[in-house]
Write a protein that binds this ligand. Structure first.
Ligand code: NAD
Length: 536
């Protein structure tokens, strides 16, 4: 038995020196913004483009966090060529060598922990604790996938048979395109990139338009960790141009995508089309959205349920794929629960992410703000507004938390992913009905139950169809290895990130069978024959 995976501890901001370090880091980095225009990195070289992406602070969009070169389709082509050229050598590199790069990146992340968290606060408007959690998860992904790849390599040989030896080996697929979202700007980007790399693939990484500066910081760490030129290529650019081109390239072997359902389905469809010169079926790992529900049972501990729902619905302003956006409450506790929920939500501090007191920060951009405000308008006719927090912030993409009661299970508010601090409260007469409503969704990502009844807990385990089910706790904040993360239905295709099967998706498995019965004698050779095929 191997030792349990040690997750990276979170920063304790109750400790004064940690608070001071974070505040000082924010001041220092802000003084350096926007800095020089950051180039693309293709084949280990800096590449400049005429087009530039400006990355602004969602808490104050007048503040320019950084400027980054913006790749066109032509640079996407160059990046794929560079990754292709680097593939044969990286494929041959020993697993230990590749795993060591990941571990060195983790060391670099620990050393620059405050810097990375501060970039996340500034570029994505993520409050301190959540930003630090993002960095901790990125460190976990590096360490976990390094360890997992070594485990896969060491997996015992397959069953032998008299006169026959069988081996199962895992080989890399080729060039991987990594297309990432902004809402976990470091951890998700790192997770997909490291998984592809440690399995022996070379990568072209396209971060989200909203978070290219944090992605540049990851590439600095990769360079420091000694990643060979061309093995990892940094390609910030527009999704519709650089991202689309990566998906269309005939020589991209696999695509690791995390983002919205609309784009994810487009990626899957486009990748399925065979293009001239294409020699393999592209594999797509697509992690998409959610419309996650928490059921509050008649015997639930209401204080805990309120705290869990508030954290799940309004943490990072509801901009998590795992966020709770529906809460289904059994009639006998509906009013009592709602009253407490409204009071708890009213007390949340809405404000700029730089302020350590902030719980609800800004939304990522103006488009997101407009979309969420339009759902709040619609909500006024689809449910009863129980709380609409006015936001005093004049600058920034802020929207105060909103709670709507008595929302119909089939209304858009209860069915569509909103990705903001908007919560629909639904009623249910029985536990069976609550489960049926919870499952009445295109998505199956996360779900939760607050209950003290063993029979209902057991029933939810069996019948609540979500990728990650949480009982008597919040439904966000999955931890690498402890809660491997990912969904099904319209929430995605692929096996859980941070889990034991994840790396298999980045590999081509090969079975090698040798008939070892001697048929006569071969001439003697000087070199000793290897006793087992070499795992790349
Ligand atoms: P998005 O779909 O808008 O963008 C994701 C990435 O796709 C970005 O890098 C974007 O530039 C790129 N892209 C856009 N159009 C493209 C195209 N035509 N071809 C190729 N690439 C293209 O998503 P987002 O707004 O960045 O992220 C939020 C969404 O991500 C939410 O729906 C959320 O639920 C989901 N998400 C899911 C998970 C999960 O693990 N299931 C985790 C985080 C976020």
């Amino acid at each position: 038995m191997s030792t349990p995976f040690p997750n990276e501890p979170l920063m304790d901001f109750a400790v004064e020196s940690n608070r001071e370090s974070m505040a000082a880091t924010l001041r220092r980095l802000r003084a350096q913004c926007p800095g020089e225009v950051r180039p693309l990195i293709i084949g280990g070289r800096a590449v400049r483009t005429p087009n530039i992406l400006d990355s602004v602070d969602p808490s104050n969009p007048d503040f320019l966090v950084g400027r980054v070169c913006c790749a066109s389709a032509a640079e996407a082509d160059r990046a794929v060529e560079a990754a292709k050229a680097a593939f044969p050598a990286w494929r041959r590199a020993a697993v230990e060598e590749r795993a060591a790069v990941l571990r060195r990146v983790a060391v670099g992340m620990r050393r620059r922990r405050f810097d990375l968290a501060a970039w996340i606060v500034m570029e994505c408007g993520k409050p301190w604790r959540e930003a630090d959690g993002d960095v901790a998860e990125a460190i976990d992904f590096c360490e976990f996938y390094a360890r997992e790849m070594v485990r896969l390599r060491e997996r015992p040989r397959q069953r032998h048979y008299p006169g026959e030896e069988n081996f199962l080996v895992y080989e890399p697929c080729g060039v991987a395109a990594v297309i990432a979202p902004w809402n976990f700007p470091l951890s998700i980007l790192t997770g997909m990139t490291m998984a592809a790399l440690v399995a022996g693939n070379t990568v072209v990484v396209k971060p989200a338009e909203q978070s290219p500066v944090i992605a540049a910081a990851l590439f600095e760490l990769l360079a420091e960790a000694g990643i060979p030129g061309g093995v990892a290529n940094y390609l910030p650019g527009l999704g519709e141009e650089a991202g689309r081109r990566l998906v269309e390239r005939p020589d991209v072997a696999l695509i690791a995508f995390t983002g919205s359902r609309a784009v994810g389905l487009q990626v899957i469809e486009s990748a399925a089309r065979r293009r001239p010169g294409q020699r393999r079926v592209k594999r797509v790992i697509a992690e998409m959205g959610g419309k996650n529900a928490i059921i509050v049972d008649a015997d639930a501990e209401l204080d805990e349920a309120v705290a869990g729902v508030v954290a799940s619905a309004f943490g990072y302003a509801g901009q998590k794929c795992s966020a709770c956006s529906r809460v289904i409450v059994l009639e006998s506790v509906h009013e009592a629960f709602l009253t407490r929920l409204v009071e708890a939500t009213r007390s949340l501090v809405v404000g700029p992410a730089d302020d350590p007191a902030t719980f609800v920060g800004p939304l990522i951009d103006e488009e997101a703000r407009r979309k969420v405000l339009s759902y709040i308008e619609k909500g006024k006719s689809e449910g009863t507004p129980a709380l609409l927090v006015e936001c005093a912030q004049t600058k920034g993409y802020f929207v105060g938390p909103a709670i709507f009661d008595r929302v119909a299970p089939d209304s858009p508010l209860a069915q569509e992913e909103i990705f903001g601090p908007v919560l629909a409260v639904l009623g249910a007469d029985t536990f069976d009905q609550a489960l049926e409503i919870a499952n009445r969704s295109d998505y199956a990502l996360t779900g939760g139950l607050y209950s003290r009844g063993p029979a209902h807990i057991e029933q939810a385990r069996r019948e609540f169809h979500v990728g990650n089910l949480y009982i008597n706790r919040k439904i966000t904040g999955a931890t690498v290895d402890r809660q491997p993360f990912g969904g099904f239905k319209m929430s995605g295709v692929g096996s859980k990130a941070g889990g034991p099967d994840y790396l298999l998706q980045f590999c081509d498995p090969r079975t090698i069978t040798e008939n070892t019965m001697r048929h006569g004698f071969a001439p003697e050779e000087k070199d000793e024959a290897p006793s087992s095929p070499r795992q790349p």
